[in-house]
Each structure stands twice: as C-alpha cells, then as structure tokens.
Design a protein around this ligand. Structure first.
Ligand code: ATP
Ligand code: MG
Length: 283
C-alpha cells in the first residue's frame, strides 16, 4: 500500500484529485477525513497543508506527494521529483512599485524584500552577490511596499493581475513552477512497482489533455496531401470507405490546431470532418 500526500484544500487540491480520478483511481472525497483509502488501487490519500508535504514525504510518513515545485525547492527536504504534472503553473518573481525605474538586479542591493519564499530568494541573491534584507511574511505579500514594510516583493505570479492591482511591476522571474509528483528517496521494490504504474497512468492522462480525435473523409488522390496536414503520432489510420475512391483518415491532433487543420482539409476536398474528445491515450 502506497500513501500519497495531497493538499487538503487550496489551489492544487481539486486538480490533484482530478488527476487521480482520470487515472482511474477512486478515492473518497471527504475533506474532514485526513486519510482515505482508494477502493480500486493500492493507495491511500493523506490530506495536508502544502507546506508540510515535502517534509512528510522526505521522512517517509507518505511515500509520494503532489505539491508545487516551488514548495519542494523552498523547503529543501531531500525528496525525489518523479514527474512534472503540468498544472498549478506559476512563476516566482521579484516586483517593485511600478513608478520606480528598474536598472537591473543591482537595484535590490541594500533593499528590503517581503516574501514567503526566503530560501529561494536568498540563494538567488547569493549567486548574484547581492545583499538585501529579506522580510519573511506568511501572506498578503503584495501590499508590503504600499504600507512601507518593504521596497519590493518576491512572490508567486500566474496572470500578473494581483501585481497590477497593487501598483507593482514584475521585474525578474526567478523560477517557474508547476505541481510535481515527489517520492521518498529509496522506496522499497514493491512500492516502486506501484509508483511506476501510477506514473504511467499519469503520463497517459497528461498526454491526452488538449488532444482531439479527428476523422475525415478524403478522395483517394488527396490522401498524401491530407496526411501532410494531419500527421499523427506514429502513422495515421487509413480506412477505405464503401464508396470506392474515398478513404477515411483518423488522427490525434492538438485541440488548438483543430480549426486550422479542418479549414485546410476542406480546401483540398475533404468532407465529413468529425472531431471527438479523447478520453485516454495509453502508450
Ligand atoms: P495551504 O493551506 O495548503 O498551505 P497555500 O495557501 O499555501 O495552501 P495555495 O494558494 O493553495 O497555497 O497554492 C498552492 C500552490 O499552487 C502554490 O504553492 C503554487 O505552487 C501553486 N499556484 C499556482 N498558481 C498560483 C497562484 N496564482 N497563486 C498562488 N499559488 C499558485
Ligand atoms: Mg501553504
């Protein structure tokens, strides 16, 4: 039995559970329960504050965890990062009041910076040989400059809207982050086997995200041209239609390219273009 630590509530909770669900793993979603077993996979879920996940995994109380990469780096407990999970995307950036002209990182020499990520910030400035005063605060970092607590901030940014609303401008990106699957270093063989199955299921789920299944009928003499428009993963499926002289091509395409490809296919004489959602892509 593997134990996986997930954020109990917050930005990563729902998406982590969704990933497990899409990987075919049922867990009871009762937030008042701290520990719940899956009914169809040898795993149990431990719900924690995200701050506590790296340490819990590092010392083996949980074998695996899903947490922001930013927390893994900040907490600096020895864990193995097994997989980037491509949700919870954000960056950690330095920002200063927007009316101040920014001359480069040297600006921060001797300045006060408010952050909840002192570890990452300290090593960033140490590498650059810049000495600044770090003021660690737990939340509402973005109001620090306007209340005189700091000259600038170092915080999580995703759209940048919060910075703009607080009159701040992002001046340096220090690191990019997304949710990651982490593991206790040196798991035993049986646990590694279960973790491998979990990871390959996660890979299938992540690969199918943003993909569509496209079926299109083309006159046989246009097949080659059509295959240039919709190259598939290995080679697309090509099926003869009952109507001689026509074939159907089946291919997996990026959702963002569906319309552009459909327009080009129609131009070369393709008909009956069907676009279906892709549930799983198991490789
Ligand atoms: P907890 O109560 O578990 O300690 P928290 O308040 O510290 O939660 P959340 O705000 O839920 O944390 O964010 C969890 C993670 O989501 C962050 O560490 C980061 O990796 C990711 N994230 C992605 N986008 C954002 C964003 N715009 N703001 C904050 N976190 C984000
Ligand atoms: Mg937290």
């Amino acid at each position: 039995m593997l134990r996986i630590a997930l954020q109990s509530k917050g930005r990563l909770n729902e998406k982590s559970l969704e990933l497990l669900r899409e990987a075919g793993i049922s867990v009871e979603e009762n937030n008042r329960k701290l520990l719940s077993k899956s009914s169809n996979f040898p795993i149990e879920v431990l719900y924690l504050r995200d701050d506590d996940i790296p340490q819990t995994v590092s010392c083996g109380i949980a074998d695996l965890g899903i947490v922001g990469y930013n927390e893994v780096v900040e907490r600096n407990h020895p864990v193995e990062v097994l997989q980037h999970l491509e949700f919870g995307k954000c960056r950690l950036s330095l920002a200063i009041p927007k009316y101040i002209e920014y001359p480069g990182p040297g600006f921060f020499d001797g300045k006060k910076i408010a952050t909840s990520y002192p570890g990452i910030l300290r090593s960033y400035f140490e590498n650059k040989g810049i000495a600044c005063e770090i003021r660690e605060i737990a939340g509402s970092v973005e109001i620090s400059p306007s209340i005189g607590l700091a000259d600038g901030i170092f915080d999580i940014v995703s759209s940048g809207g919060t910075l703009v609303r607080n009159g701040l401008a992002e001046v340096e990106t220090v690191m990019e982050s997304d949710a990651v699957l982490i593991a206790t270093p040196g798991l035993d063989e049986e646990k590694v086997r279960t973790a491998d199955i979990l990871m390959s299921r996660f890979t299938s789920v992540l690969r199918s995200r943003g993909k569509k299944y496209m079926l299109v009928n083309v006159p046989n003499e246009k097949i080659e041209e059509a295959l240039k428009i919709i190259p598939s993963m290995k080679s697309p499926t090509l099926l003869p239609l009952a109507d001689k002289g026509w074939s159907a091509i089946h291919a997996v395409v990026d959702e963002s390219e569906v319309w552009e490809k459909a327009d080009r296919l129609k131009k070369i004489g393709a008909e009956d273009i069907l676009v279906l959602s892709m549930e799983k892509l198991i490789i």
